[in-house]
Design a protein around this ligand. Structure first.
Ligand code: GDP
Length: 366
């Protein structure tokens, strides 16, 4: 700072015209060169991940989340190398309305698992952060105790793009975490929209956190989410709330009995817990163990993973075709034209889509 000041003799001289490019340009060049030199190669990321280096794991997740074309090839390589090292972890989905205690639960349950010798990674899909900069899950200082453990890795939600895009990045982040030796991966989301379906499609076990009192409509939980749950946990079953939590447990048990049995042979159940006071965590852990034993023995665990892999394949193709179509300049132009014609009722949506698809397929038949 000091030497720069004396060299340029104040701002006036710097701004005086001729000298400016001479000063600024070499500096810029130097900076770019240094940045390039310091760029971490995919090989180095991979080494770091395998060594369980959390900083490099975090940076490599940033790399796979990057939308820069120059990062894409490195990200692809990295995922490819990590894939064979992944797949052995338990993937646990956690959902529930804001305030139900998801972070508190993941923190206590995560610490409980670490005490039992596990390594825990926490990822999140936060639909609110896709619409705006605001975020329900990501921005709070969350899970401080868990974050302080060197057996835990916590990553806030990827915030760019569509739900499909973010879900794909989360799956990829999961692969990197597993390659880094995390044997339990939590994927957290808010259970109020579509994101819980995306999470259910990437985990082995899906846990729904609920509160006593105030019915499921009040909690904004749709019946569909209850049907996806392998376990419902009524949280905050402590103090004066304990009795109400037990009542709610019975109510939800009755509701669950109305659902058809699951093809994997598992009977979802309801438990109470206190994430804040770490109560009933052992029972929940045992329940998950029982699930794993059953589904691994009857083959449905593996079947579910295979189905998810196939689903991912189809989704990736869908997404690529979608992007290819909508990013073509000729299509973009025609979309505007057809939109006007549809809105003016000059053309039906069927006719318009047929015309546009004919044009699109025509591009390949030449
Ligand atoms: P999230 O929005 O679902 O992640 O919920 P948080 O984990 O941030 O919890 C919301 C509030 O509920 C916080 O003030 C927590 O301290 C509190 N909380 C979470 N779990 C419990 C619990 O088991 N018992 C009680 N009494 N409070 C809890």
């Amino acid at each position: 700072m000091e030497s720069g000041k004396s060299h340029n003799k104040g701002a006036l001289k710097v701004n005086a015209g001729v000298e400016k490019p001479d000063v600024v340009n070499p500096l810029l060049k130097k900076k770019t060169a240094r940045f390039k030199k310091n760029r971490i190669s995919p090989e180095e990321y991979f080494k770091g991940i395998k060594a369980g280096n959390r900083t490099l794991l975090s940076q490599s997740i940033t790399l796979i989340e990057s939308t820069l074309p120059e990062d894409r090839e490195a990200a692809r390589k990295l995922i490819q190398w990590c894939l064979p090292l992944s797949g052995k972890a338990l993937r646990l989905g956690i959902t529930g309305v804001p305030g139900v205690g998801k972070s508190t639960f993941i923190e206590s349950f995560g610490l409980y698992l670490i005490e039992k010798g596990h390594k825990v990674a926490v990822l999140a899909i936060d639909p609110s952060s896709m619409r705006s900069r605001g975020s329900i899950l990501g921005d709070k200082t969350r899970m401080e105790h868990l974050g302080n453990s060197n057996k835990a890795f916590i990553r806030p939600s990827a915030s760019a793009g569509t739900l499909g895009g973010v879900a794909r990045k989360t799956r990829e982040a999961m692969i990197l975490c597993e390659a880094a030796g995390y044997d339990t991966v939590f994927v957290e989301t808010v259970g109020v929209g579509q994101s819980e379906t995306a999470v259910a499609q990437m985990v082995d076990f899906f846990l729904l956190l609920m509160l006593a009192g105030g019915g499921d409509e009040l909690q904004g939980i749709k019946r569909g989410i209850m049907e996806m749950a392998d376990l419902i946990v009524i949280n905050k079953a402590d103090g004066e709330n304990k009795n109400r939590a037990n009542l709610a447990k019975r109510e939800y048990e009755n509701a669950l009995h109305l659902f058809p049995p699951l093809p994997n042979g598992w009977q979802p159940s309801v438990m109470t817990a206190s994430a804040l006071y770490s109560e009933n965590l052992t029972e929940i852990g045992d329940k998950i163990e029982t699930f794993l034993r059953l589904t691994k023995e009857n083959g449905s665990f593996e079947k579910n993973r295979k189905n998810q892999a196939y689903q991912l394949f189809e989704e990736t193709i869908h997404q690529a075709i979608h992007d290819h179509f909508f990013n073509l300049p000729e299509i973009k132009k025609r979309l505007v034209k057809y939109k006007t014609q549809i809105l003016d009722r000059q053309l039906s949506p069927y006719e318009a889509s047929q015309k546009l698809l004919d044009f699109y397929f025509g591009l390949f038949s030449k």
